[in-house]
Design a protein around this ligand. Structure first.
Ligand SMILES: NC(=O)c1ccc[n+]([C@@H]2O[C@H](COP(=O)([O-])OP(=O)(O)OC[C@H]3O[C@@H](n4cnc5c(N)ncnc54)[C@H](O)[C@@H]3O)[C@@H](O)[C@H]2O)c1
Length: 336
């Protein structure tokens, strides 16, 4: 509850955040709380951390157990759901595809069915740039063909396919967010990426900066890019959080369903990231050149004009130094 215009008491909607103990969901939970929403985090803590649930209520549950979802929805009268819970490693999805189809697809269906039964009609989904596979052009617009090249990307594409069907059948509105590389950390340094999620480039390089890693491997140095290394789009996690709140407000105000890219709109090469880490940390990073990895696109950069236009999304932390600077502050804190 908060005091609205003319002192009227306004109660904002309660939002269920699946995977809210993880990296992105925890940042969104913080912003929702700051904006006056009540939140409930549903998480089985498989990769998340109880300590990241610093706001709202916590329900320990597994989306693989329909009874957990029903108990949670019976207990809390939620108006909207933000669905972050998933397994997120591309490499693991290739070696253990069933684990990914079960958790990211079947368990999302469990959730959608429960939401249908409880009459929850607003759904925000964490999709991924992985739905595009190897892009045919960059910046990538949302209308680009969806052609994933690994099971992880397939799981995201499958869920995106369900959503218009749920809207047609049950009037459940949705926003699907195709994140590019989520990076950075809470500017107040209360949240960030945890050690076990360090398959991402920036935390890996920061780990080398604090001496927990001897060197950083660079996969492919002969791509057709300015310095031969892959170019990626790094979007700050606090900016991602901002887009979620805008989408929620749009859906609650009667706005339509859509899929949106969320990226920085600027690409940085692996070597540019490493150089920026050296500059910010003042430490030298040892680089080991390795061969190309299968399925790595030379360049992947988003066009986020649709989110900018429809949701009025504005990025605050788009400079690479802001992204790496906030991640470095967090990294130093947890490395102590
Ligand atoms: N991090 C990125 O760069 C990125 C990029 C694109 C898309 N995404 C998507 O964003 C979402 C969040 O990613 P993240 O980086 O915060 O990952 P994360 O691993 O930090 O968070 C995922 C959370 O979901 C929980 N979870 C997983 N399976 C569950 C289940 N069956 N029941 C209940 N809870 C479960 C985990 O415990 C964890 O807290 C994921 O859907 C991911 O695919 C992430």
């Amino acid at each position: 509850m908060y005091l609205g215009i003319k002192g009227l008491i306004v109660t904002k909607a309660k939002v269920l955040i699946t995977g809210g103990a993880g990296f992105i969901g925890s940042h969104v939970n913080k912003l929702l709380t700051q904006k006056g929403y009540k939140t409930v985090v549903f998480d089985n803590l498989s990769t998340g951390h109880r300590g990241f649930v610093k706001w709202g209520e916590f329900f320990k549950g597994d989306l693989g157990k329909k009874s957990d979802i029903s108990r949670c929805l019976s207990k809390y009268n939620v108006k909207a759901v933000m669905h972050f819970a998933a397994f997120t490693s591309v490499a693991e999805s290739v070696s253990e595809p069933a684990k990914y189809y079960a958790n990211n697809v079947v368990n999302t269906l469990n959730l959608l069915e429960a939401l249908k039964n409880f009459g929850v009609k607003n759904f925000i989904f964490s999709s991924s740039a992985a739905v595009y596979g190897i892009p045919q052009k960059t910046p990538i617009p949302e209308g680009h063909v969806l052609c994933p090249i690994n099971p992880y990307g397939e799981t995201k594409k499958m869920v995106e396919t369900f959503l218009p069907d749920y809207e047609a059948a049950y009037g459940m509105k949705y926003a699907s967010f195709r994140y590019f590389n989520a990076a950075g950390a809470d500017p107040d340094c209360e949240l960030g990426q945890w050690y076990d999620s360090f398959s991402h480039l920036i935390p890996l390089v920061l780990d080398a900066a604090v001496g927990r890693k001897r060197a950083v491997q660079v996969f492919g140095t002969d791509y057709d890019t300015p310095d031969g290394t892959c170019v990626r789009d790094y979007v700050h996690v606090a900016d991602l959080a901002g887009a979620h709140v805008l989408a929620l407000e749009s859906l609650l105000a009667g706005g339509g369903s859509a899929a949106f890219n969320l990226g920085n709109g600027r690409g940085y090469s692996v070597l540019e990231v490493i150089r920026m880490v050296e500059e910010i940390t003042g430490r030298k990073i040892k680089v080991v050149k390795a061969g190309r990895r299968n399925g790595d696109a030379p360049v992947s950069v988003a066009s986020s004009r649709k989110a900018e236009k429809i949701l009025k999304w504005k990025r605050k932390y788009f400079r690479l130094e802001d992204i790496i600077g906030t991640a470095w502050n967090w990294h130093k804190k947890i490395a102590k």
